[in-house]
Design a protein around this ligand. Structure first.
Ligand code: PAF
Length: 254
């Protein structure tokens, strides 16, 4: 596996590849990321994973500081999975002028997670735009767990006439239903026992108000629980850990 640390190494590696897929990540890889890896490997010969904890998408420095990082374990997992190459840039490479230029969107990015995390999606779209421009992959893979992010990136790629195809993959869950997320590592044992109730509440019968009361009585603090685009989407806090999830609900809440 090639570990590419700078743009010139990335460019010379890329020149020798034909069709390829990019999987952008912020590291702390788990089975959800590895699910994207294996889906991409089944479809495309060459898969590149990028690992970059993107500071511009964190609206709170404490969240950035506590974001889990373990590059060695990430590289071992990717190597064992037979990944062709990993791109691990630093901040100066991706932001040569600091955060001077950014991608902004004026509708969906202001709602749901965007309303609670000002600037978050500008940071996400900006770094994804930079990675797509640098790598120019035929395909880019994202999980449906970050449904709002996925929709924004699909729209951005279309609006800027980018040649990359965005591939969406279903959320990977623990046996108990908890959506896999790097943030789960920060849950205490008690919180980990409770966390699957988020998914359970989303899929159980009941209207939005009863779901909200159930989550609150269990100890979740709700940022939002709303239907968008035939999805029931939620963001909640357990202690200081923010969890998001969504499930398809076609026609249920009309
Ligand atoms: O979903 C993530 O891990 C990040 O938002 C992404 C897409 C890698 C951009 O930093």
């Amino acid at each position: 596996m090639r570990v590419l640390k700078d743009i010139s190494a990335l460019n010379s590696w890329r020149r020798n590849q034909e069709e390829m897929a990019l999987i952008p990540t912020m590291g702390a890889l788990h089975a959800g990321h590895m699910g994207l890896v294996s889906k991409a490997q089944q479809a495309v010969d060459t898969v590149l994973v990028s690992i970059f904890v993107n500071p511009t998408q964190f609206n709170q420095s404490s969240d950035l500081d506590s974001y889990p990082q373990d590059l060695q374990s990430d590289l071992t997992q990717l190597d064992e999975a037979g990944i062709a190459a990993v791109y691990v840039p630093d901040y100066e490479q991706l932001y040569p002028h600091g955060y001077r230029f950014k991608i902004a969107e004026n509708e969906l990015s202001k709602r749901f997670c965007g309303a609670h995390r000002p600037g978050h999606f500008e940071g996400v779209m900006t770094v994804v735009m930079k990675l797509l421009q640098l790598v120019r992959p035929e395909y880019v893979y994202f999980g449906e767990k970050d449904y709002q992010q996925l929709q924004l990136i699909k729209a951005m790629v279309k609006d800027f006439f980018m040649p990359t195809q965005v591939i969406a993959c279903p959320t990977v869950r623990d046996k108990d239903g908890l959506a896999l997320s790097s943030r789960n590592q920060r849950l205490s044992d008690a919180e980990l026992n409770l966390a699957p109730m988020l998914y359970q509440t989303l899929i159980d019968d009941g209207d939005l108000e009863s779901k909200k009361s159930r989550l609150q009585s269990l100890g979740f603090q709700i940022d939002y629980l709303e239907v968008y685009d035939d999805r029931l989407m939620a963001a909640v806090y357990l202690g200081d850990v923010r969890l998001i999830d969504n499930v398809p609900v076609a026609g249920k809440f009309i």
